[in-house]
Design a protein around this ligand. Structure first.
Ligand code: HEM
Length: 464
């Protein structure tokens, strides 16, 4: 029996993954050597399977290589929607979402168990859809969008488990492949129909803010030669990927962060009481992001960053990369860098009792006084929104959404574990597309007032 020997993989194709758990090393790479560490690996997910395209990258901000196209897309999102000066115009939409959430929970009979994740998603998703498409989508369209986004997350998971991209694998699993591609077509068709409708109506909309899709329709990005000499409109594929990214990133990160935060407040009634007192007091002074609320959110993000792993691709040719990691990178091959966000936030060398939920560490006089959601100019202790040029542009709006929701839920209800859980909350993490709770949080919400007081007069634009 003859078996052909396998030729060793050429050096240029061999890739090595380096895991980084040290905040100082991560800071040096992502901030000091940003030129080297501003690209993600080409195949973040099994993109060709999900997109059905003969491309290795998707077309969204997260995936495009560092360069003029990325700059144009990111700048558009930031300037048009996420910049702190835009938060004031988004506030009425946030308030609608919070009011509908409070009404939704209050509608349940006192003491009824609430599956927290489902209720939060039901309030946040319509908000994100309004930010994306503006007003005017009906209940039916909203439900269809929600179903597509749920299927999208499942499709990514399925594609990542796909047994290979070779032709035999494709033939053997053609039904799965067919399903994935059909899904992508369905998603694209539906998004493009909504985008086309928006193209017709956007000039007659006198809303206070400009939805994301309007800005994408007007955007002109650098042409294929990657210089800024000629510009073009976005393709349909790009529009679909960007809308999908906006709906997914804008919803699931916030849902995950609120669920984890509430889980800790359910376990620790003293922290919940303290937060309740402070929220009431803050309301009197028309301040939303009070110090303890901010501390609770940061502590939750430190322990449970919704994106637990940040990936980068560093080219081998760079001496900076070698110097930074202290590891010889494979000649010609480059290396994948995995920045372990969750491990950095729980590093025993940087944090006392790192696995304990203790918001006080972020308060005045605490060990992490002055630490914020993004790394400071000199020191980095945690990175829930990553760091450097490709850090999260949605940090401000994400923190504002989470803060408003947590404040309203604690102001209106007293939260306790579901009786069936015998007072226990399972904090086991599930590694998926985002880091979520393995068992969705189920809690009892007892109204604190005879009738919920939905309307608030917060100033959202507030020191995040
Ligand atoms: C609590 C909320 C959020 C958290 C914890 C979070 C976290 C992150 C992290 C860690 C990254 C970096 C990923 C990497 O480098 O591989 C990221 C990137 C990104 N996030 Fe967020 N995010 C949140 C909310 C949002 C929101 C609300 C939006 C938009 C509406 C958003 C849009 C994006 C985009 C477009 C990127 C890619 C940036 C780039 O490559 O330049 N995120 N986010």
């Amino acid at each position: 029996v003859f078996r052909r020997r396998r030729a060793p993989a050429p050096a240029a194709r061999r890739q090595r993954t380096i895991k980084i758990r040290d905040a100082a090393v991560a800071r040096r790479a992502l901030i000091d050597h940003a030129d080297v560490f501003s690209n993600r690996p080409a195949a973040l997910f099994a993109v060709p399977l999900v997109t059905g395209l003969r491309r290795r990258r998707s077309d969204n901000i997260l995936s495009v290589p560092y360069g003029s196209l990325w700059r144009a897309l990111r700048c558009n999102l930031t300037v048009e929607l996420l910049h702190p000066t835009r938060l004031a115009s988004i506030e009425p939409l946030q308030r609608d979402a919070v009011e509908s959430l409070v009404a939704d929970v209050a509608d349940r009979s006192a003491g009824e168990v609430v599956v927290v994740r489902e209720r939060i998603r039901a309030a946040v998703f319509p908000l994100v859809v309004r930010l994306c498409f503006g007003d005017g989508l009906g209940e039916h369209q909203l439900r269809e969008l929600q179903r597509l986004m749920k299927d999208f997350v499942l499709a990514i998971g399925d594609a990542n488990r796909f047994p290979g991209k070779s032709w035999p694998a494709r033939l053997l699993h053609w039904t799965r492949l067919h399903r994935l591609r059909a899904f992508r077509r369905r998603q694209a068709d539906y998004f493009l129909r909504l985008i086309a409708a928006r193209r017709q109506t956007r000039h007659t909309d006198d809303g206070v803010f400009r939805p994301y899709v309007d800005s994408l329709l007007d955007l002109r990005v650098p042409d294929a030669d990657n210089t800024c000499r000629s510009r073009r409109a976005l393709t349909d594929d790009e529009m679909v990927s960007l809308v999908s990214e906006f709906l997914g990133a804008g919803t699931e990160t916030v849902v995950s962060c609120v669920e984890w935060t509430l889980a800790h407040l359910v376990i620790e009634p003293e922290a919940q009481d303290k937060l309740h007192r402070e929220v009431i007091d803050g309301e009197r002074h028309r301040v939303m992001l009070t110090p303890y609320l901010r501390a609770v959110m940061l502590e939750s993000l430190r322990l449970h960053p919704p994106v637990p792993l940040v990936m980068r691709y560093a080219h081998a040719a760079s001496p900076a990369a070698e110097e930074m990691t202290g590891l010889p990178l494979p000649a010609g091959g480059g290396a994948r860098m995995h920045f372990m966000v969750r491990d950095i936030g729980r590093d025993g060398k940087a944090w006392t009792e790192p696995n304990v939920f203790r918001p006080e560490r972020f308060m005045a006089g605490g060990e992490a006084e002055g630490v914020g959601p993004l790394p400071g100019p000199k020191e980095m202790r945690m990175m829930p929104f990553a760091a450097g040029r490709r850090s999260c542009p949605g940090m401000g709006i994400g923190m504002a959404h989470v803060g408003l929701i947590v404040a309203a839920l604690v102001r209106e209800f007293e939260w306790a574990p579901a009786a069936a859980a015998r007072g226990r909350v399972d904090l086991t993490e599930l590694d998926g597309f985002f880091k979520t709770m393995r068992t969705p949080l189920r809690a009892r919400a007892t109204p604190r007032h005879a009738r919920p007081r939905y309307t608030t007069a917060y100033q959202v634009v507030n020191h995040i």
